[in-house]
Design a protein. Structure first.
Length: 100
């Protein structure tokens, strides 16, 4: 049985993603995006988030189609699916640690 933990900001961070209401503490293992939105400074303008999204897109393209679509994120230096997954895990861990 898990206990739910709720929190509220004493001082609102001042962006549109975060709420001033009582919020359930997100688990980074189950909902990474919600966790990063709540606790990563400058989530909206962080270039690493955009880069991570590009990696996710590239991974999806390679999973569904061996040849990336024209106009896709194929300019990234990763060629194999394993390299992409490794970079995603590395970046996610850095972001999680920074958010903690």
């Amino acid at each position: 049985m898990t206990n739910n933990v709720y929190f509220r900001y004493k001082e609102h961070p001042g962006d549109l993603f975060r709420s001033t209401e009582l919020i359930k503490l997100p688990n980074p293992d189950e909902d990474l995006e919600s966790f990063l939105i709540q606790f990563l400074n400058n989530y909206q303008s962080d270039q690493r988030i955009a880069y991570l999204n590009d990696l996710y897109k590239l991974e999806d393209e390679q999973f569904y189609d061996e040849i990336p679509q024209e106009g896709s994120s194929s300019d990234l230096p990763y060629k194999s699916n394993q390299e992409i997954k490794s970079e995603i895990l590395l970046l996610e861990n850095k972001l999680i640690n920074e958010a903690f």
